[in-house]
Design a protein around this ligand. Structure first.
Ligand SMILES: [Zn+2]
Length: 465
């Protein structure tokens, strides 16, 4: 997600609130704790299992925004489970089956679906199928922005950063648990369905079409996307750095334009990011432009989402960069979101510099000239306590400055080697900031914990690099 004017506008007040509170030390994760223990969204994610696959089957009616859905969750239990939780704030649950057998279920809190199987689930593989029916809700974030199942003029789009996937997907809704996603979504004839991954089938009947998408590479729930409406569908291909043919499927709402420039630029922008981060990490690409009333673009995996007018060159560079940094290599804990946003902003800076814009050093210097009282310096990028600060300037801009400070310290050769090694080493996996510190030290042979602490942890303006 890039900083949006709306999020920027909201920043001043949320930062003022955050500054008024003592910045707490991050709680240390207990030894052996599973990733579900997110330190920002402590009520999201569930312990005891990890998801392998979400199989989403849905029948959607655009005129009423109502759906009938069945989500088959293929998971692996870490231990025997007498009961377990899924995150779900969606409509009425009509049935839950565990390994094909009816299970008791109840809703608690704002978004807990508690499942008690007839027999305890034993350690190892199991399935839970959740059926629901009704109109999925939107979700309003702490910064006032809208996500979740967002209705449009001719359908809906599902956007899930940071937590909105739970409005339609019963899930382990935390970025540390990535899974394969398969979708089979049926809509009336004349409507189209975009989602993540590869378009593997379009089964047409007299009155409806079932669109089948397969996102084989592991994906965090916050990157899951479904867009339903009357779209123009654009198909093309590009060739990846390692010689693969990458199909490009783009879906644009014709009432918002055709996004022709962004679509034309996509292969070159993918190639630019491949030179930075290595071969394109997925098996297909594309973009979606739809008239959802949201004030941001989002790097939904393989196929980023843009509201009308948002698919500018710098934003497309940002969302495409996220396919490597954020999507293929994913934060484990939301306090490490700078690992996605700082890198994507730095990719924007590098791209602009290659196309006649200012050099990253000029950007850095201009930002560093801001006074010590500027909102850019507090809270430090990993030290916010309010989820409204997830998309603030410290995460984005001070995050990108952190990478530039690292580059100044280790030199260009080691810096760009670190970027490529980062993705090669952690592709399809989850990371924390300490993994980047270790990798940077290994590649450069330098002690760098002080630099990262100064830029990411210490509140206030860093003392240079
Ligand atoms: Zn972003």
């Amino acid at each position: 997600m890039p900083t949006s004017p709306r999020r920027r506008a909201r920043l001043a007040s949320s930062l003022a609130l955050a500054l008024g509170t003592a910045v707490a030390l991050l709680p240390a994760a207990p030894a052996g704790a599973r990733p579900a223990g997110d330190t920002l969204f402590t009520d999201q994610g569930n312990s005891g299992y990890q998801v392998r696959v979400y199989d989403v089957t849905m029948d959607y009616q655009p005129l009423t925004n109502r759906a009938t859905a069945r989500v088959l969750v293929r998971a692996r239990a870490a231990r025997t489970l007498d009961s377990f939780h899924l995150d779900f704030s969606g409509p009425r649950v009509t049935e839950v089956l565990v390994d094909g057998v009816a299970a008791r279920h109840r809703r608690t809190g704002a978004h807990e679906l508690v499942v008690t199987p007839a027999e305890p689930v034993r350690r190892g593989r199991f399935t839970v199928a959740v059926s629901w029916r009704g109109e999925p809700p939107e979700h309003t974030d702490a910064d006032g922005s809208t996500e979740g199942w967002v209705r449009t003029s001719d359908g809906a789009v599902a956007l899930g950063e940071p937590v909105g996937a739970m409005t339609w997907l019963p899930s382990n809704n935390t970025p540390g648990d990535k899974a394969r996603f398969r979708y089979a979504i049926t809509v009336p004839t004349g409507y189209e369905v975009a989602a993540n991954g590869d378009l593997v089938g379009r089964d047409e009947s007299a009155t409806s079409t079932t669109w089948r998408w397969d996102a084989r590479d592991p994906m965090a729930t916050y990157l899951a996307m479904v867009a339903i409406g009357q779209f123009d569908v654009h198909e093309s291909t590009t060739t990846s750095l390692d010689g693969r043919t990458i199909p490009i499927w783009s879906f644009t709402d014709p009432t918002t334009g055709s996004a022709a420039e962004a679509r034309a630029a996509l292969p070159e922008i993918i190639a630019f990011n491949e030179r930075l981060f290595g071969p394109y990490p997925f098996t297909s690409a594309g973009l979606v432009v739809d008239d959802a009333r949201v004030g941001y673009a989002l790097e939904t995996q393989t196929r980023a989402f843009y509201p009308p007018g948002a698919a500018t060159t710098s934003t497309v560079v940002h969302e495409v960069a996220h396919q490597w940094v954020g999507n293929a290599v994913t934060l484990t804990d939301w306090h490490d979101i700078w690992l996605a946003e700082g890198f994507a902003v730095y990719a924007e800076w590098l791209y602009a510099a290659e196309h006649g814009g200012p050099r990253p050093g000029q950007r850095f210097d201009a930002l560093y000239a801001r006074p010590a009282s500027d909102d850019l310096w507090s809270p430090a990028p990993t030290r916010f306590t309010d989820s409204a600060d997830l998309f603030g300037e410290p995460v984005y801009l001070r995050g990108a400055m952190t990478l530039h400070a690292l580059r100044q310290r280790v030199g260009d050769d080691d810096f760009f080697a670190i970027l490529r090694a980062w993705v090669r080493r952690h592709d399809d996996a989850n990371v924390r900031t300490r993994d980047l510190v270790r990798l940077s030290e290994r590649v450069s042979g330098e002690e760098l914990s002080g630099l990262f602490r100064e830029w990411l942890v210490r509140d206030g303006k860093p003392r240079g690099y």
